[in-house]
Design a protein around this ligand. Structure first.
Ligand code: URA
Length: 243
């Protein structure tokens, strides 16, 4: 990427718009190798210079990919007037950071957050059929034909037909694999089976398995290059390759 103007660096890195970048720089908030950059046109080299914005080390990356072990109580949105969002909870500053799909406010577990909108689109497209695994605690007893009904495509109480889902474990908590993400889907599926959900946690998203990621509840970190690559490969696979 080489040398570039400081204001351009801040805007292509997604920290702010080009005009905001000029203000940020004139206010002395960007430091290059320990000295404030005060002119927007001053050259910086993201590969060689140490660049700090408001005291925090920043470097240019085209996109950022994060994983959060979401606790209950925060919402999967970028902005909300009433609740803390995953973006504010994680303190993410880049402009287009957004959760990859939604977990309900009371749902816990693995949530990806990125500004790579094209990847999010591919991962969430129903045709991509990316597996999502949920640990489901529920009331009552699952009917004897629950596994078969899920495998054949459960019909929800409002008549919506789901794609085939796999019940990996029918004990309580159960383990359920979905390949789509309708609104409140797991809760609505278990309601249709006569077993209201009492607690829900996502344990895997595509190739990423929460237990292998070393994230306690409430913790988050950037994906490794290898994890990001596996996710991209999953998003690029055709339906045929997966079945
Ligand atoms: N299904 C639900 O019902 N809720 C979630 O948060 C995720 C899947």
């Amino acid at each position: 990427m080489g040398e570039m103007r400081a204001d351009r660096f801040l805007s292509v890195s997604g920290f702010c718009t080009r005009s905001e970048a000029k203000k940020v720089i004139r206010a002395g908030r960007l430091k290059k190798n320990g000295t404030a950059v005060t002119r927007p046109e001053e050259k910086v080299d993201p590969a060689a210079d140490e660049l700090l914005l408001d005291g925090e080390l920043i470097c240019h990356e085209e996109y950022e990919y994060w994983a959060l072990n979401k606790p209950a109580g925060i919402i999967s949105a970028t902005e909300d007037p009433r609740h803390e969002t995953v973006i504010s909870y994680m303190g993410l500053k880049r402009r287009n950071m957004a959760p990859c799909g939604r977990l309900d406010i009371d749902t816990e577990g693995l949530l990806l957050v990125t500004d790579d909108g094209a990847l999010v689109h591919r991962l969430l497209a129903p045709a991509s059929h990316v597996d999502k695994v949920y640990e489901v605690s529920y009331e009552g007893t699952l009917p004897a034909d629950a596994e078969k009904r899920l495998r054949e495509g459960l019909v929800l109480e409002d008549g919506t037909k789901c794609l085939p889902a796999e019940l990996l474990d029918s004990s309580n908590p159960a383990a359920l694999v979905l390949r789509e993400g309708k609104f409140h889907q797991v809760k609505r599926m278990f309601a249709a089976l006569g077993c209201p959900v009492t607690h829900l946690r996502r344990t895997a998203f595509g190739p990423l398995v929460l237990e292998e990621m070393g994230l306690e509840q409430g913790e988050f970190r950037k994906l490794t290059a290898e994890e990001t690559e596996r996710l991209k490969q999953e998003a690029g696979k055709s339906r045929k390759e997966k079945s």
